[in-house]
Design a protein around this ligand. Structure first.
Ligand code: UT7
Length: 374
């Protein structure tokens, strides 16, 4: 017993450093003016209420976007898929439920030794996946992991509902985690869920519950109480941030950069105010992509690195919020390297369809399917 305790105390603490990162944004951009061409809305309303100017609409599957992001993250880490022992795919907009999304990426990157799991906590799926993978590395179950946050919301959008259609977009990003003895990666997090309020964000038509009622899968209607979600988002992200920082004896003043979930500029500004962090230390890209659900934080992380906002040894705070209503915040210590080790040639196939055309096609397919079902 004593020997075992001594061995345990001698055992070095393992961390899970983020060593690779990559994003994949589909090229077609849907502007607020495009939306105003078929919805009763305006650029002025959308920008003033959300900060969003445009969002991407994908011409490919969720799996395709995630694979490109994964290859880019592997190249940035300077490793191959064969060296990955775990793939965690965070999403709520699956191409398929069975087989899962993670196994598709595992096969395409050649991660033959890897376990593969999906995590769904809606917009916080990437961050919950980051916790899962970090924990499995820290216990020694695996030595490396690929964590993906990717969403293809556009086929599940109710494009007739201006309350939600203006808010969301498609995109993907991934990070590589590797075991290290250096104090890097996720150092503390707070995960939580306001389950009692889960009905204020429900997408009808995205699950088996609707199949027996003759509803076409993906033909959705959104139950969405924007103002209540807004309040919970601000409190959830602020409280989780304080809690995660307290676990480390830190305050928000010591945070170099906040990389929050990007749902609404006003939510981000309110969280920053609650945490007393000036907006100069908050990364924002919601104007370019809207709310990409689980892809927002990893895409923002990639862009913060590209723009030189993440420096060697930076202390990052990543608060998130989503359906469930899930919330969380992660404190991450960045390592020494802020440049990718390599670049991947992986890319999406070209497309000459505009975002508006893709959306109109989605609407037409849904209309025909609903008509055939009735
Ligand atoms: O990742 C988590 C996912 N969810 C979120 O993050 C959403 C959180 N909530 C929000 O971001 C905001 O609540 C919204 C952007 C959804 C709405 O902003 P708001 O300032 O809370 O607006 P509101 O709900 O008070 O709506 C004001 C008005 C309503 O009209 P009436 O009833 O006052 O006549 C809406 O019908 O704005 C109307 N409206 C629109 N008008 C033009 C709602 N959507 C639109 C639109 N264009 N797209």
């Amino acid at each position: 017993m004593l020997t075992r305790l001594l061995r345990q105390s001698e055992a070095r603490v393992r961390y899970a450093a983020i060593t690779g990162w990559g994003k994949c944004l589909p090229p077609a951009a849907l502007t607020n003016h495009d939306l105003a061409s078929f919805l009763d809305t305006s650029d002025e309303w959308i920008v003033s209420r959300t900060g969003i100017r445009e969002r991407r609409i994908s011409h490919v599957s969720l799996g395709d976007m995630a694979w490109v992001a994964a290859e880019r993250a592997l190249a940035a880490a300077g490793i191959t898929g064969a060296q990955i022992e775990l793939v965690v795919f965070g999403t709520c907009s699956h191409d398929d439920q069975v087989p899962n999304m993670a196994s598709g990426v595992q096969a395409r990157i050649g991660a033959e030794r890897a376990a593969a799991m999906d995590v769904n906590t809606a917009c916080t799926s990437f961050l919950h996946g980051l916790s899962t993978a970090t924990a499995l590395i820290r216990t020694g179950a695996v030595n490396s992991a690929l964590v993906i946050g990717a969403e293809l919301i556009s086929p599940f959008m109710d494009w007739t509902d201006r309350n939600v259609a203006v808010l969301f977009g498609d995109g993907a990003a991934a990070v590589v985690l590797q075991a290290t003895e250096r104090e890097e990666g996720v150092l503390a997090e707070k995960l939580g869920c306001y389950g009692e309020a889960r009905e204020i964000l429900r997408v009808h038509g995205m699950g088996g519950a609707y199949a027996n009622r003759g509803r076409v899968y993906g033909d959705t209607s959104w139950q969405f109480e924007g103002q209540e979600i807004f309040k919970r988002a601000v409190h959830g992200m602020s409280d989780a941030s304080r809690c995660a920082l307290e676990k480390l004896g830190l305050t928000s003043e010591q945070v170099d950069l906040v990389i929050p979930h990007q749902a609404n500029l006003r939510i981000i500004e309110s969280v920053a105010k609650h945490l007393r962090v000036p907006m100069e230390r908050v990364f924002v890209n919601v104007h370019r992509y809207g709310n990409m659900s689980s892809a927002t934080v990893p895409v923002a992380l990639c862009e913060a690195i590209e723009e030189g906002r993440v420096r060697p040894g930076s202390l990052l705070l990543m608060p998130g919020f989503g359906g469930g209503l899930s919330y969380c915040a992660h404190v991450v210590r960045w390592g020494e390297r802020v440049a990718p080790l390599g670049e991947s040639k992986a890319d999406l196939p070209p497309s000459d369809r505009s975002a508006l055309q893709i959306v109109r096609d989605v609407m037409a397919v849904k209309g025909r399917a609903a008509a055939a079902a009735s």
